[in-house]
Design a protein around this ligand. Sequence first.
Ligand code: GTP
Ligand code: MG
Length: 137
Amino acid sequence: SNRTFTMIKPDAMKNGHAGAILDKIIKAGFRIVALKQTKLTAETAGAFYAVHKERPFYGELVEFMSSGVIIAAILEKDNAVSDFRTLIGATDPAKADEGTIRKLYAASVGENAVHGSDSDDNAKIEGSFFFSGLEQY
Ligand code: GTP
Ligand code: MG
């Protein structure tokens, strides 16, 4: 597939980085298929990250992801999932390459500015979590 799903996380929203992050995404050649600002509850964040339920950081992750507004978006580009993960950099910003979104805008492994789907299947599942077919252009 040529689509991926992203969120600009509460830390980046609060720190005023949403515009710069969207600019980087667009300049990297991604087309915005769908986009909105919304806020997760502990319940919806828990459902979105259900795959991580058994991980030790799950509680922190759910609390953080429901702590403020986010921007959710579906993005399109050749090789979208892999190219987007390259653009955002490693999960831990201290390990992220220079110029990546997490290197530029994230403070810690927990509060790491952006989400990017890790597979084509998950990109579809995650995009559908936030957007109906009628919201994707
Ligand atoms: P996402 O694009 O957000 O899925 O990040 P990722 O694929 O690079 O990492 P992963 O899916 O393994 O983990 C999901 C999210 O859980 C990360 O982005 C972090 O926000 C959070 N996370 C991962 N490891 C830790 C950790 O050790 N501590 C805390 N507090 N959060 C973590
Ligand atoms: Mg992940």
